[in-house]
Design a protein around this ligand. Sequence first.
Ligand code: MSP
Length: 633
Amino acid sequence: MKRFYLTTPIYYVNAEPHLGHAYTTVVADTVARWKRLQGYEVFFLTGTDEHGDKIVRAAEAQGLTPREYVDRIAEKFRQTWPLLHIQYTRFIRTTEPNHKRVVQHVLQFLYEKGDISFGEYEGLYCFGCERFLTRKELRDGLCPDHRTPPTPLRESNYFFDLSRYQDWLIDHLQKHSDFIQPPGYREEVLGLLREGLEPLCISRPKSRLSWGIEFPFDPNYVTYVWFDALLNYLSGIGYPDDPSWEKWWQVAEHIIAKDILKPHAIYWPIMLRALGLPVYRRLHVHGYWNLNQAKMSKSLGNVVRPGDLVSRYGADRVRYFLLREMAFGQDAEFSEEALVLRTNAELANDFGNLVFRTLSMVGKYCQGRVPVPGEETPEDRTLKERLLSAVENFAREMDNFRFHLGLNLLNEAVREANRYVDHQAPWELNKKGKQDRLGRVLYTLLEALRVLAVVLWPIIPRSSELLLGNLGLSPAEELSLERALAWGRLKPGQEVQRGKALFPRLEKPSLEVPDGEKDSAEEKVEEKTYPLEEFKKWDLRVAEVVAAERVPGTDRLLKLTVRCPEERTVVAGIAEYYRPEELVGKQVVLVANLKPARIRGVLSQGMILAARDAKGLRLLVPEEAVTPGAEVG
Ligand code: MSP
């Protein structure tokens, strides 16, 4: 059996889960599911990091004992993950007795081995980082992360001599080019290693901090939180007592963000080496989710709660957006507007529409059963081959954590399938009584849906399972990459269901969609393309704004007086993006033959065209001034 062991960082319980934590955990869940699809047995570990100064201070701030406090927040993490359909194998807490035993075992072992020494140290301590900082690390005398001056401290402590292992680690990194991914982070680590490693202070006197794991050979000290935390990756799989830990450890991969690169890329491999254990296979490092250009974090207070997003948009949309929007390794900016726009475009309009129109047509033309396919034509073969090759390339991107590129490839295949529907026009085939051909076209589309449902499962698990169910298939049987690629699994005659739209188009209050766009997906089924004559019915003209003012009592609406060439008034929902005075003299595009309407008592004779993206809304304007009233087409 192929095996795969995957971890997330264990999160500090000084803060409630936010979108940054959710991203890492969604990535881990997606990769775990992806590996399961490939036939791997997977162990997926997540959990909470519950010792240290930060936790004690957070508990004090809430008037709780550390124990009460950690129980409370650990529970919040545990309750958040199922909301996002995250299915981990084990949730580890560093306050578990078993984990403590492992940490003490390791300390004893390294002490006896001579890797740990005792000595006095005088240095600059940052309480936010919970460690001594070197002078080189300071920026303008301040901790670069917390922007606070470190406190000078003189203490006797235990130290772990990292420098002994420095050359070995450089060598390991050079020999294993994929040890740290993406490659930029590997370079960063090599740079740090070449600067030289100082001994790592791995104890804290109990007189200063008692909320930690006691040293087995010195009850006056507790362990440095990082030394404790990293070992969760071993204690979580049963090291050293449960013999199955070894089979998992051989195939271990970690996911983190760049904030904790140094402990994972330097301390941890050295700890493992000192213990005589093999190092992990790969470390996958991602960037930050920013909100208004700043890293989302509790200390800045600019956090988004995963539970809120899920209740507004549903787990699958949130998962999809996180994976599609961020290039793994780089930073990304979060906004709900971008979430709505992207998922409306890619999940509702493209994928959802393909699903809905296909299943509707099978309902209408084939009595809701998988049709008997007629002969395959080159067009059918092309669609099949393009889809299967997109899936192959998607698999490569997924294996390398390039989720956004992988999804792009599938989206391209979905659009191709939508074009195939438009070209093959099953409604015409039905009208003309070409049953064989109709059967083949719809069969090809149903198979495409089956393949897409399986390969999208790691990203949008709930929707994928619903879709498989609607296709009359059992997720338990179908969820295998190998089976997905075996074209032709659907049996003619098998019942399929149209089901509800998987991704109904979302409308954000600030994104009011004109009524004309509110067609249900069903109505779109046969009317995705229109003959040119249809377009010609619209009287589109250039109009010049001669006056503009706010419509009293609203924040969104402006009353524009335009010349086109006659004068008219038009009400436009653009007040959030344009001040009235900016508009006077501008030329815009007007839909001139809309039925007039009275909006807030103002007569509106037409509609102004604008484009909208994540940044907001911009009017469509002619490149150069034209005569007011000029035809647009
Ligand atoms: N407890 C340590 C980890 C110990 S692992 C042996 C810790 N905890 S943490 O709560 O601060 O979590 C840090 C991790 O949370 C990051 O590495 C990342 O996985 C996730 N993120 C927290 N904020 C984030 C963003 N703004 N953006 C992306 N990920 C973020 O460090």
